[in-house]
Structures are given as C-alpha cells and as structure tokens.
Design a protein around this ligand. Sequence first.
Ligand code: ZN
Length: 185
Amino acid sequence: MHAKSTPSYLAGYPLELKKQVQRLIEQDLLPSVLLQKYPHAHAVRSDKALYDYVLDVKDLYLRNAGQLSKVTFDGKLHVIQYALGTHTRISRVQGTKLKAKREIRIAELFKEMPHEFLRMIVVHELAHIKEREHNKAFYQLCRHMEPDYHQLEFDLRAYLTYLEATGQPLWSAASFNSVSLLNEK
Ligand SMILES: [Zn+2]
C-alpha cells in the first residue's frame, strides 16, 4: 500500500504521532483500530436531519448565540486542513436593522462517518459562532461542548489521511445497513 509521505491533515501534530499514523496505514492496521473504536456510521442522512442535529447541540450550549438560517451537507466543500466545514456570517441591512445570517456547511463526506466525527465537526463549526479564530478560547469552547474534542479531531485527521492514501471509505451507507442487519440476528 502506498501512503503519501507527509500526511497534510496531521500537519499540526508532533512528528512521532504522524509517524505512528503513517505506520498504521502502511501496515493496513488503521482500519481495524478505527472500526474497533467507532464501529457504527451515524444515521444523519439528510440536510433536514443535520439541521435538527446541529440545533440540538446549539440549544444545549449556545442557546443565546443567534439564529442559524441554514445548515447543509456540501458536496463541493473541499476538505482541506481547516475547512472541514464552514461557518459564515453574512450581515444584511433589512429596513433599518442589520441582520446577521449564519450558515453552517459540513463537507459531504461526513455523511458516511461515525457519529463521534460528525459531532466533532458540528462542535467545531458551532464554536466559530463565538470565536472566529482557532485560538485558546475557541478550543476551550469545543472541549466544553465535547470533552473528547481533541482526541476526536486527531482520530478524524488520521482517518482522512488514510482515506487520501487509499480512497477506501471505512463507513459507508452500505456498511451502516449491513451492521444493522447483523445486529438484528
Ligand atoms: Zn475552524
């Protein structure tokens, strides 16, 4: 298996961790490590379901942070280093009032991932409502909403590195169905 030499998704992490991920990919061990930790794909399959999911998390932690006008999966969103999702705030003058329109877009490949990874990216984008930059306050807010945030982000980036190297998703809609069938036996 040919894995790329520098996993760009892990650019910010210590060399030892990058090497560890690299080895797991080369030895084809990363799939079983990740699948053991996160066996199931989530069931948030539509934009409507995503909107409801994001709103539930927001109501719990950021109730007073303004309205979200739109939440969607976005197939055109390129998953690069810090653009796993986007959060935009468009200010428009309506009559005499300045209204802020907030949108959250989540890269479409999060449709076929475990619930924990979806939660991580949702928490990330929600935290941007309060903190624009990836600073200390931003990550504190992420951890407040999801205590395991840092581990999840690392595991997600390890998976994205694997996906880039192999092109083989570990959690597909098909595998979600077969897992459900297995559980029914
Ligand atoms: Zn961000």
